[in-house]
Design a protein around this ligand. Structure first.
Ligand SMILES: Nc1nc2c(ncn2[C@@H]2O[C@H](COP(=O)(O)OP(=O)(O)OP(=O)(O)O)[C@@H](O)[C@H]2O)c(=O)[nH]1
Ligand SMILES: [Mg+2]
Length: 264
């Protein structure tokens, strides 16, 4: 069993990516379970195979303890700790080869507090895991927001401690020329630096963003850097994203991840 934790800022397309990537994988005969890890999710574009709301529902927590939406989410994620064993059983019972985890969007409440990463670690312990950081194409369009979201991607990586693939989501919203430019910026630190400076970003901040990119996509071969463009609407890039995940999980050898879940 392999875990793919889809994380990223609120509204960056995590749930739709879980939906589209899950469908794409199933169409390619890969067995997939979809795990909703968001106790506050009101609506999901897919039918979860395992759902934390069966154990903790943020709306109920909100009413019961008279909390606001953020307090209720914090309390709900804390409460999940008590249910990890049952959730693990639910996950194992799916018998799926891949578990696509749809993380809550309130990153500062999920990734940056202790219980969120703890729950994720407990659920996936003993299995290989990779995180997909969803970088909204709309954020990628302006140099200043691209820099800030790269820093967020890096701090998420630091918090979760998992290998991380960056997926630029909603690629269907980008003009092809802009996509080429962003691709160049994300694959070439000098191009990113030049774009940031050109966009009026402070040189120290530009340097920090370039360093963040280098840490996210390490190695000399930027062409193989784990940054992929995807669209849940058109299906663009799902094959590339899957290949990048394979690369991280099993060194790119498809048959490895088709074998019965090796435990580490
Ligand atoms: N054009 C376009 N819109 C998308 C795509 N993926 C998601 N969206 C839209 O982006 C919005 C947010 O998508 P979600 O999948 O709910 O994002 P999320 O990260 O799960 O959101 P939270 O769980 O609330 O943090 C919705 O209005 C989606 O319709 C995409 O590939 N292309
Ligand atoms: Mg969501």
């Amino acid at each position: 069993m392999y875990f793919v934790a889809v994380v990223g800022p609120a509204g960056s397309g995590k749930s739709h990516l879980v939906d589209a990537l899950g469908d794409w994988m199933e169409a390619n005969e890969v067995s997939v379970a979809r795990l909703n890890l968001d106790p506050a999710a009101e609506w999901l574009p897919y039918e979860p195979d395992v759902d934390v709301r069966d154990y903790v529902d943020a709306r109920t927590v909100m009413r019961k303890y008279k909390l606001g939406p953020n307090g209720a989410l914090v309390a709900s994620i804390d409460m999940l700790v008590e249910h990890v064993d049952r959730l693990r059983e639910d996950i194992e019972a799916t018998g799926a080869n891949y578990v696509l985890v749809d993380a809550p969007g309130q990153m500062e409440l999920f990734a940056f507090r202790d219980t969120g990463p703890y729950v994720l670690r407990e659920l996936s312990s003993g299995h290989r895991s990779v995180a997909v950081f969803t970088l909204d194409a709309v954020f990628a369009s302006a140099p200043r927001s691209l820099a800030s979201v790269l820093l967020l991607a890096l701090s998420t990586r630091l918090r979760l401690g998992l290998p991380q693939v960056t997926a630029v989501t909603k690629a269907d919203l980008l003009e092809p020329e802009r996509m080429d430019e962003i691709e160049e910026e994300l694959n070439n630190p000098d191009a990113l630096y030049a774009a940031l400076i050109g966009g009026g970003v402070d040189p120290l901040m530009a340097e920090a963003a370039v360093k963040a990119l280098e840490a996210l996509a390490p190695g000399e071969a930027y062409a193989s850097a784990p940054i992929r463009f995807v669209s849940a609407v058109s299906g663009y890039g799902l094959d590339d994203l899957y290949a990048a995940l394979q690369q991280v999980l099993a060194g790119g050898e498809d048959f490895y991840t088709e074998e019965p879940s090796p435990r580490l």
